[in-house]
Design a binder for this molecule. Sequence first.
Ligand code: ADP
Ligand code: MG
Ligand code: ZN
Length: 577
Amino acid sequence: MKNKIKNKFMLIPVLTAVLSLAMLVFFNYAHKSTTYKSYVIFLNDVSSKHVSTVYLSSSSKVMVKLSDGTLYETDNPRTNDFKETMLKSGITVSENMPTDTRQAIPMAGLVLSIGAIAFMGIKSSGIASKRMLSVDALDTTSVTDTKYNFEDVAGNEEAKESMKDLVDFLKNPEKYAEYGARMPKGVILYGEPGTGKTLLAKAVAGEAGVPFYAVSGSDFIQVYVGVGASRIRQLFKKARGNGKAVIFIDEIDAIGKRRDGGKTSGGSDERDQTLNALLTEMSGFNEKEGIIVMAATNRLDMLDSALLRPGRFDRHIEVNLPDVCAREKILKLHLKNKPIGNLNVKEWSHKTSYFSGAKLESLVNEAAILACKDNSPTINDLHLDQAFSIVLAGYEKKNRDHIKDIDKKITAYHEIGHALVSLKVLPEEKVSKVTIIPSTKGAGGYTLSIPGDNLYQNKNYLKKRIMVLLGGRAAEEIIFGADYITTGAHNDLKQSTKISFNMITQYGMGDTLGLLNMQELLDLNLNQDEVIKECKNLIDSIYEEVKTLLLSERDNLEKMTSLLLEKETLYSEDLIL
Ligand code: ADP
Ligand code: MG
Ligand code: ZN
């Protein structure tokens, strides 16, 4: 924008210079071709009193100016009394060449315009260096009324729910202040790309009717130290100038990546300053102002802990990939207002496992484009079929869209293994969610249960916890056979080993050490093999118990697994035996 204006002004002196130069060349040429008249004609003109001036020089020609202004050249007689003769006949004799005013103007123009260009050049380089420091260079788009609201976000119910009170707070910050409630200043949305984090932030601003300032963390990473920090300050100044606002920082990890100790390279100094500026600004405004800073990242665990402390980004909201039910809602949302024909949305929601919201949106869009190309009056299954291949091909291979059916099945049996054992042996604990949709909680899927909050955990309980942990592996072995067990149990085994080791060495629940504590015994250099052997025996016997249990529950194992495969996520109400 600014650049264009600068160029426009630059154009004026440049044009003037070119024009002046052209005129100079032209007149010079015209001058060179000044007509030549013979000395006789000149003498005639002299006697008839037509000549007004004679320009005398050492050259072989003299220039003659008649009283009507015409110029011509004639031969220099080089006589000693030429000047005197002329003067006697009342003719002015000049020993300088005629200054042609027609030449003087373009000459002045040229000099002036060159000066102007030089001046502007210096000034504009000054502008450029100033621009780097100014927030204007950032794409801070303030959309006073983002037209988005929660209806534009399908699925993501949990995330939406936790944002509702943010909206209420933005609407009446004074009310919360009266109650002395400390509302969050910073909210971090985390989850896979394309799951709707930006959309949710926009929706919060839209629902609350406040301006939305969006920037990206990567915009703040500059070569010069201090630039990022100054941009942060200006961004906040701008947002606060308008009263209530949602400030959205995408890719917060670009400025807030965890600082690892001494390893400070050149760029991290700049990042530290930017991060500190952000933290200072965030503690600078008070709750009554009604400003919420929302940030998005793909990985919460990458962020510096300074960012996550209370009073900063202390609310963390996970935004997950949609399960089959959410995918149906998202597909329907994006198909709304489009002419749809013979189209089975439910079936498409099943075919698109592991698709993000963004990918579903582009699937629908591609289908619409294809239908339009076909001149088909409606979008139908055929178009979605073609669009499906386009979208899949467009995204990089490593993506999980193609998780093989068998992997999905293994995940489902594994997770139901955990859930089923939990329901059987720990009925007092609620299994709140079982899913095969990957998230930060687990690469394949995960089972979430809410443990009772008891002060002590007894031996029986610990044994049952180990049972639940081993349930995943046991289910795999029962269904697919001992040769086909997978690496999926890695974490479960780490945890169960830790529990059994602690039981035997810390809590006095084993036989090898009895009531002795391992730590105190370590100085004695005692042989740990015995302890390891007992840990192994304990785990082995519990594992056998789990397998027996699951075998007796095989019907439920199959039934629940196929339900999980179909729905992708099960909640406690689906998990009743
Ligand atoms: P993120 O910020 O998490 O990478 P975006 O919010 O930028 O994802 O999502 C990109 C686009 O994908 C959105 O503009 C929207 O069209 C679509 N989209 C993503 N999630 C959803 C959703 N839950 N409901 C509806 N559309 C969605
Ligand atoms: Mg985004
Ligand atoms: Zn597991």
